[in-house]
Design a protein around this ligand. Structure first.
Ligand SMILES: Nc1nc2c(ncn2[C@@H]2O[C@H](COP(=O)(O)OP(=O)(O)O)[C@@H](O)[C@H]2O)c(=O)[nH]1
Ligand SMILES: [Mg+2]
Length: 382
């Protein structure tokens, strides 16, 4: 004999509140909520309903009175659907983040607060996508930030990236440093600068390396006294502009002087990188860490935010390297000066447009460069 069908039997004290949030996030129809509530024990039903916004509560109550009957098929479908989704807060972080992204600000804050209290581990991950104080506070920091974008052959990307950054704040300033890209990135950036001001473009002749381009950008950023935070990021959308507000929030609240988006945090993901690229990156990071001992998990991801104080502490004239290794060199300088680093997880997506600038020469140079850093700077913090 088969067991009689008991819908929603997996709802318990643990997940009844989560069920309510699921309903809110999905903008579930009140009759469905009422139908589920009627299948729950009175205790669980009231626990679930009490979390709903007042207006929704009364709609649900009205539906409960009209006793609309669902068909057995409908109930089975809803039962399955909820069973799959009610644990979403535990798994599927990206799904949570995506759903929160669609929710209104108040619901989002309520849910973030709930996660903070009940599921701190989940909260830590999800909040990277959303500054918890809501947009108003972090907009302040975004307005005071200058984002440096080194470009070499990024014509298909640069205007789109400038637009995405401008979407974060009307005041944030953008500095593109282009090294005479043969694909016309320079003129494309000039065009974008007219549309997405305040945005400046530094044109250099000849490929001078990512690191040296960023240093030129840092100088330009610091020449504007309004700039309080300096950010560097790649032009190819491997670094998601949406991850920027949470970085600035850590600087703004004084928790760190430098925030690094790291591909080697537990919650991070690297999308579409070849095995060779993964192995090289992992090895060069382990190598750099063993030699330099800076408390960061990613030495070579160029998505970072610095306070003005940190950016001003960079000894530009001392930086010998020009390519990717400059990231390690700057970190080492600032670490020796006692500045504080924090890493945040990231979703790093390999470029969809254009080609990587990383060459074998750069790779060999990176290993050599790290070795020379320690002898050039010594080991003891000054
Ligand atoms: N100005 C400038 N930018 C560079 C140079 N080399 C790389 N870049 C930029 O640095 C960022 C990272 O380079 P990318 O080719 O994506 O390297 P990968 O992500 O390591 O494969 C991108 O925005 C590039 O356009 C350079 O020599 N000069
Ligand atoms: Mg790239």
């Amino acid at each position: 004999m088969t067991e009689p069908f008991q819908p929603f039997s997996y709802i318990n004290n643990e997940n009844a509140t989560r069920l309510a949030y699921l309903f809110i996030l999905r903008k579930e129809e009140p009759w469905v909520i009422a139908m589920v509530a009627k299948s729950l024990s009175p205790d669980l039903a009231s626990q679930m309903i009490s979390v709903l916004p007042m207006e929704l509560q009364s709609k649900v109550a009205r539906e409960a009175l009209t006793l609309r009957q669902a068909t057995r098929e409908q109930i089975i479908a809803i039962d399955n659907d909820i069973k799959e989704n009610v644990e979403f807060v535990v798994g599927g972080m990206e799904r949570v983040a995506a759903m929160l992204g669609e929710a209104d600000a108040e619901t989002r804050n309520n849910i973030l607060n709930y996660l903070k209290a009940e599921r701190p581990a989940v909260y830590d991950v999800v909040r990277q996508h959303f500054p918890p104080e809501g947009p108003s506070k972090s907009y302040g920091a975004l307005d005071l930030a200058c984002v440096i974008i080194p470009t070499f052959n990024e014509a298909p990307n640069i205007a789109r990236l400038a637009e995405a950054l401008r979407g974060l704040s009307p005041k944030l300033s953008i500095v593109v440093v282009d090294d005479g890209s043969p694909d016309g990135t320079g003129p494309a950036a000039d065009e974008a600068a007219k549309k997405f001001a305040p945005m400046a473009v530094i044109h250099r002749s000849g490929k001078g390396g990512r690191g040296s381009a960023c240093l030129a950008g840092f100088k330009k950023a610091l020449s504007d006294p309004k700039v309080k935070y300096v950010v560097e990021m790649d032009a190819d959308f491997s670094h998601d502009p949406k991850e920027l507000p949470a970085m600035l929030e850590l600087l703004e609240t004084g928790k760190a002087d430098v925030v690094v988006r790291s591909r080697y945090e537990r919650a991070s993901r690297i999308v579409d990188w070849s095995l060779a690229r993964r192995v090289f990156s992992k090895l060069s990071n382990m190598f750099a860490r063993s030699l330099l001992g800076i408390p960061i998990s990613d030495y070579t991801n160029g998505y970072r935010a610095y306070t003005r104080k940190a950016a001003e502490s960079i000894d530009f004239d001392r930086v010998a390297a020009t390519g990717y290794i400059v990231l390690s060199e700057i970190a080492y300088q600032l670490h020796l000066k006692g500045l504080r680093f924090l890493c945040l997880p990231t979703v790093f997506v390999n470029r969809r447009r254009g080609q990587s600038n990383l060459s074998l020469k750069e790779i060999v140079g990176a290993f050599r460069g790290v070795t020379s850093l320690r002898s050039r700077y010594g080991r003891t913090p000054t």
